[in-house]
Design a protein around this ligand. Structure first.
Ligand code: 2HG
Ligand code: ZN
Length: 451
């Protein structure tokens, strides 16, 4: 079947207005948020619901056309954009699946479409007197489907876990066009393989997620935030430990560096700590106020801290404005490496990256989710011709000290060549077997994950 014929067929399924082919319109869907990854698609197809999604998948599979599922296109590893190798591909944009069911307050659960934003889940939960356990800076663009596909973590991972931990159920279209649906608001449901858990982090390579039944959590009504100056990450971890040992509930614990803070200040954010602080840790606690947190920090001999009751938007802005300030400041597309380090290796790793970056003539800004050992290494002003070399050097260092080459952003296209640094041969073979079983023709997100 010709591609033109397939697109005409797909237009019958989703309506002609939802098969986009004008390059002026489709280019935004084919380029990732960082501008580093650009692909080519014959069309962007925008189904309205699960039935249309299933029909689109069935017809693409019959025609041998690849499918790149996409949510809000806020991913940072190129996993949501089509390949650039010219193979016939459509982008399957899931942003029209925006249904939000009534919150099941007794079960603390809500069913939502894959295209609902994380912010809309939070608002639905709050309106019902509850909350959603995942929060991230891209909350108003990132969709549930994309966040599940990447197993996004975010700022409250330390308390509630990432997207995988929020899944009570899932709905997804298989390459056969059949709809897999596990949809019971049960906390315990131990019948066979954890398929929702498997689709979390599958990065669009196993099935197209159309909806999810999400766990909700009680609201945090009282809280406090501190931004604390520390000499090194180890001291930051010690302060976090002291806060938890004092009985306070950790809601977030984020690491920032002097270079990152200087950058967000240059981009307009007011300072909370004096200039020259080598590292800063943002700590949010739940169920306590600023006075309680100040007392614990004094006990832990912290002498430089800015403290406020939650939500403390000004203190949080210091951390949340990193990504956009970095994007605005770099002269080339930023090389973003999201990593986990063993707690004891963090300080030395930061110093090593600074050395590697200096040798490569690029600017490093590091920040991240300290309590999870998750560092976001951002490399600015990297000559695109050298992006692979500098990535290789950093990822090898992570593997050498026993860390993970992907903490919460996924593997995508950015890290696919380094999959073997994160998983051994037996592990990769088992993943490949799963991929072959669910997508024998290799039509779902080819090139992503490197399987
Ligand atoms: C965050 O923690 C996101 O803000 C983005 O994971 C990280 O921009 C980044 O590198
Ligand atoms: Zn993050």
């Amino acid at each position: 079947m010709t591609t033109a014929r397939l697109l005409a067929d797909l237009a019958e399924v989703v309506g002609p207005a939802h098969v986009l082919t004008d390059p002026a319109v489709t280019s935004a869907y084919c380029t990732d948020w960082t501008g580093r990854w650009r692909g080519v698609a014959q069309a962007v197809v925008r189904p309205a619901d699960t039935a249309q999604t299933a029909e689109v998948v069935r017809r693409c599979a019959a025609a041998g056309v690849a499918i790149c599922p996409q949510g809000g296109n806020t991913g940072l590893v190129g996993g949501g954009v089509p390949p650039a190798d010219g193979r016939p591909t459509i982008v399957l944009s899931m942003t029209r699946l925006t249904g939000v069911d009534d919150v099941d307050v007794a079960a603390r659960a809500v069913g939502v479409g894959a295209g609902v934003t994380i912010g809309d889940v939070q608002r639905a939960a709050v309106a019902a007197g509850l909350d959603f356990g995942v929060d991230l800076a891209s909350r108003d663009s990132a969709t549930v489907g994309g966040a599940i596909a990447t197993n996004a973590g975010g700022i409250h991972f330390v308390r509630y876990g990432g997207m995988r931990a929020q899944l009570l159920g899932i709905e997804a279209v298989l390459t056969s066009g059949e709809v897999l649906r596990r949809w019971r608001p049960l906390r315990k449901d131990n019948v066979g393989y954890d398929l929702p858990g498997l689709l979390a982090g599958s990065e669009g390579t196993l099935a197209v997620i159309t909806g999810a039944l999400l766990r909700l959590v009680p609201q945090t009504r009282r809280g406090a935030v501190a931004v604390v100056a520390v000499q090194d990450p180890a001291r930051g971890l010690a302060v976090i430990d002291a806060v938890e040992r004092a009985g306070l509930t950790l809601h977030a614990a984020e690491l920032m560096t002097e270079a990152g803070l200087d950058l967000v200040h240059r981009h307009g954010q007011r300072r909370a700590l004096p200039a020259g602080t080598p590292f800063a840790v943002l700590i949010e606690v739940a169920g306590a106020d600023a006075g309680d947190l100040a007392a614990v920090l004094a006990e832990a001999s912290v002498d430089d801290a800015a403290i406020d009751d939650s939500p403390a938007a000004d203190l949080w802005a210091l951390r949340e404005r990193h990504t956009e300030s970095i994007a605005r400041d770099s002269t080339t597309p930023v090389v973003k490496l999201d990593l986990t380090l063993p707690a004891g290796a963090l300080g030395a790793f930061v110093a090593t990256v600074e050395r590697l970056a200096a040798a490569a003539g690029v600017r490093p800004i590091m920040f991240g989710h300290l309590a999870d050992g998750n560092v976001h290494v951002n490399l600015l002003d990297v000559d695109p011709a050298h992006a692979e070399d500098v990535t290789d050097a950093v990822l090898r260092e992570v593997a050498a000290v026993g860390g993970s080459i992907s903490a919460e952003h996924g593997v995508g296209r950015a890290k696919a060549p380094w999959l073997g640094l994160g998983r051994d041969a037996v592990d990769v073979a088992a993943m490949r077997a799963i991929k072959r079983a669910l997508d024998p023709a290799g039509l779902l997100n080819p090139g992503v994950l490197g399987l």
